[in-house]
Structure formats: C-alpha cells, structure tokens
Design a protein around this ligand. Sequence first.
Ligand code: NAD
Length: 596
Amino acid sequence: MAREFSTVGVVGLGTMGAGIVEVFARNGIDVLAVEISEPALERGRATLKGSTDRAVAKGKLAEADRDALHERVHFAVGLDALHSVDLVIEAVPEHLDLKQRIFAELDRVCRPETILATNTSSLSVTEISVATSRPNQVIGIHFFNPAPVMKLVEVVRTVVTAPEVVADVEALCARLGKVDVTINDRAGFIANALLFGYLNHAVGMFEAHYATREDIDAAMKLGCGLPMGPLALMDLIGLDTAYEILDTMYRRGGRDRRHAPVPLLKQMVTAGLLGRKSGRGFYTYERPGSPVVVPDEATPPATEAALADGARAITKVGVVGSGTMATGIIEVFAKAGYEVVSVTRGMEKSATVCEALKTSLNKGVVRGKLTEADRDAALGRISWSATLDHLADVDLVVEAVVEELSVKKALFASLDEICKPGVVLATTTSSLPVIDVAMATHRPADVVGLHFFNPAPVMPLVEVVRTIRTSPEATATARAVCAALGKTGVVCGDRSGFIVNALLFPYLNDAVKMLEASYSTADDIDHAMKLGCGYPMGPFELLDVVGLDVSLAIQRELYLELREPGFAPAPLLEHLVTAGYLGRKTRRGFRDHSHR
Ligand SMILES: NC(=O)c1ccc[n+]([C@@H]2O[C@H](COP(=O)([O-])OP(=O)(O)OC[C@H]3O[C@@H](n4cnc5c(N)ncnc54)[C@H](O)[C@@H]3O)[C@@H](O)[C@H]2O)c1
C-alpha cells in the first residue's frame, strides 16, 4: 500500500514553489505554504492567485474548482507550522548552505515519518540529506517550470534513500498526473544537464553580439520547434536561479567550461535584472511577474518599411543547383511571385527538378493550400537553363549546389563575371564559411549566406549570414527578401553552425554522452526533454531523423572551429556511424526502425 499524503508543506513560494503549491491543491491535496516573511508570503499568494485566475480566464479551470483549490491552501511564516505534514517540498533559492539549514530545521520540526524533498535543480540531494538525522527519507522531487503545466518530474534518489520512499513518491507523482523519471543524484539530473550548456551558449552568443535576442530566440523556436527561445527561457527560469544552477553544475559536473556562467549573467543578476520575476531580464515585461513582453530600447523596428530600409529591389532571382534544397528554394520564390531562373548542370537535371517541383506544387493543390491557378502561375514564373549566362540580369542569386568549398568558390567566381553590379549573391551552405565564397568574388560586400531549412517550402526560418565584409544593404536586402517570402530571417555572424546548429548539435551530442555513461535510458532522456522542456522530439528521436552521420559531421565541424573540448563528438556516436547505424534512413540508429 502506497503511503497517503493528505497534507503537504511547500517551503519558498517563488517561481517554482508557488507553482508546486498549485499542482498539489489542484489534485485535492491540502497544502501548507511557508515563506520567510509576510511580504514574501503575500507575493507567493499573489502568484498563486494570478496563475489560477489565468487558468480560469483560459477556460482550463472552473471558477468553483479554483475556489476549492484556494481553500486547500493555508499560508504561514516560518517552518514551525510544518509539524504535522506528511511531506515537505523545499523550493528556496539554489544555495547549499541555505538548503542544509532548512533541512536541519525541518528535521527538528517535522514528525519522524515525514518525507523531506528538495526541488533543487543542481545541488547534491545527498549533501542536503546529511543535514538531517533521516537521510533515508530525503529525496529530490524536481518539478519543471511552469510546474502546473509541465508534465515531467525527476525523482532523485540518493544512495541512502529508502526504496519505499522512492515508491511512495513515484505513486504520488502519478496521482498528480505527472510522468516521472527516477534517477540517481548527479548535477543537473537529466534535463538540466542537457539544457543549461545550451542556454549558457545562447547567452554567450548574445553577449558577443553574434545575433540579437529576438533572432536567437526566433531561430530556436522556428528552426527546432521549441516552445520558447533560450533567452526568453532564461527570463522565465530567473537569471539568479540560472546563475546558481550553472555555477553548481560547473563545480559538480567536471568543470565543463560550457557551464561556467557567461559573465553577462552575473552582471545582470547584480543589476537586479532577474527576468520575468523582476520585470526585466533579457526582455522587458509589463510588470514584475508578468509574462507579457513590452518594447524597450533594444526592440527592433517591426514595420515592413523599417525592414526594407536600405534594401535593394529584387524582382528576378537566380537559383543554382538541382538538389532537394534548390528545388525547395525555387518553389518558395516562384510561389511568392518572383521571376525565377533555375540553372542546373544540364537540361536533364532541369527536367528532374521541374518534375519534383510539379509534384510538390500538386500536393499543395490536393491539400487545398494552393489553387490550380496559383500553381500554374508559379510554374509560369520559372525559366529553366543549363548555363550561368542566363543570370546576367537577375537581382539575387541563391546558390544551393553540393557542399564542397572548391565547387562553391568556382561558382562564385563565375557569378562575379556574369552578374550585373549590385546583385546580392547568396550561398545556402550549412557548414562552410561564407567569407570563403565571398572572397572568390571581387564583390564580397554583396555576398551573404541564406541558410534555408529542409524542407524549404515548409520551414519558416532562414538564417541570414553576414560576413565581416558583407554590406548593411546586402544584409537588409536578404532580410527583406525573407520577409517577402513569408519567412523569418534571423541575422547572424559567419561562424560554424550559425545559430541553430551551433546550439542544437552540442545538446544532442551531450545526450549521447549521457546515454553512454549509462546515467539514463534513451527513452527516459527523450521523455525528460519532451515533457520537462516541451521539445517536440527527444534527442534520440531527432538524431535518428536527422541521421547520425550528418549529426556527427556537424558536431565535428563545430569542434574543429571552436576548439571547445565539450564539443568533442561522443565516441558512441562515432561507433554507431562506423557500424552503419545512421538512423531511420538505414532502419537502425539509436532505435531499431525495421518494424515501422
Ligand atoms: N526557476 C526554475 O525554472 C526552476 C525549475 C526547477 C527547479 N528550480 C529550483 O527550485 C528552487 C527554487 O527556485 P526558484 O526559481 O523558485 O527561486 P525564487 O528565487 O523564485 O524563489 C525562492 C523563494 O524562497 C523564499 N525563501 C528564501 N529563504 C527562505 C526560507 N528560509 N524559508 C522559506 N522561504 C524562503 C524566497 O522568499 C523566495 O520566494 C531552487 O532550488 C531551483 O534550483 C527552479
């Protein structure tokens, strides 16, 4: 028989604590919510009220249920009120000494059989537990932010946690409608160990002016389907909390430089810019605690006119190449009303591209996304050629030929001879330095990267890569073109992986290392990222879709360019590629796909 939890204590009603109170009260459990002072208690009460009112407004909670929920919650200042609860969850700031003091006090106040749990994200549950006389009844219950929404709970057992305590807490998680993964006590557990290196890297990009906050966030939302970008997520987590988590992970997790908090974070915390909770972090919010972003001095002008500022007029576009990307890019431009000249290496290839394009457009017609007239008009805008000479009068060239530097450089040298002055020359390379192709021309100021994602007609993101020689007009033109295509163009520097791949692949590689270390299973790691962080796919699902060989090649490039020891490809990834397990395309990668 699992233990009955009828009253639960929650200590600390900040970002997490207030949400945890709501989770318990929503599921019919009485809660004693404790804070350090009256004003802090009031803040916690207001957070709970704000959250439940929003749930009512969104139709997710009936008014009567909200009122019943509030009746189940009692508030108190000081830990003494917790003498007769069945379980306590601590959610105070991420400092070991503070948590140890609180656990020693809880040990004194609470009944001997009470389970004491910490919501720590990165500290050692074991070290917290030894501050009590009952380390066997101490456990980690790690909720995700926002606690009422995110389905995952990481249950952290130490070497001394009693098995029945683990079982009771697992049963409780099920009663709360949560999915738990039970793991050992390691810095960052599953999700944060995979998340925080990525978040810190994104802050580093922002600090280095590699891209704007809006562009970094848009890149990860639109390029990877994440529910929010990394900087918005930092604001939600709280920059002080994020700083402490990174700092602890750096010290506990093998001094991986990627966890050393980026200096800007410390400055922001010192300046009181803590994120949503203080009303200002990377973004500015309507008021402290509000999720509503308001414009500030760093907000870019949003109007079409501002976007087109300095941009050159583009009506005719050349697309060079005959592969998947070139075909998709031709479709995107033709559908958006541009006149397109497609150049391939021969009319046979042009015929193949034309067929693929017709098939894709016809699919659009069948799905009701395109009328037959629109399809015919799009096809009518395309002319097919096997010679670059036909690009003499285009306004923009997008190159999507094979990913080999020598081939691209030769092509750009030819374009330089053929194209009229003022043309923007774009490469859609995903891994080569754009400056290398730019320097193959006499007009590097007009060369940009336009990194489309596959499939180009579907994916809403384009990375606009400016080199150190690209002119502001060429960048503005590229961005305006993206907008005219109905895509979001994010501008970034000319570094390996641009924004998306540089932030995505090290995280995937870290997941492989975690699996290799036998810390958890592929299923639990996938679960943790989907249910704890709202990712559309877990890392192993995604690796199998992308292809392990492709992932390894990108990771190698990142490692070679940035020389970051933490970016070294996971040996397991290399072994799987050597063994020919490349993912779905070979029916076997991290998982066996032969039966699907
Ligand atoms: N923020 C997140 O996204 C997130 C997610 C999961 C877990 N966590 C973990 O949850 C814990 C709390 O983080 P947070 O972001 O909610 O912090 P927070 O700063 O938002 O809230 C902490 C609260 O604890 C209160 N407090 C401080 N000392 C206290 C004491 N002695 N007694 C009672 N209350 C006290 C503070 O008044 C404050 O309201 C940390 O261990 C953190 O690592 C945070």
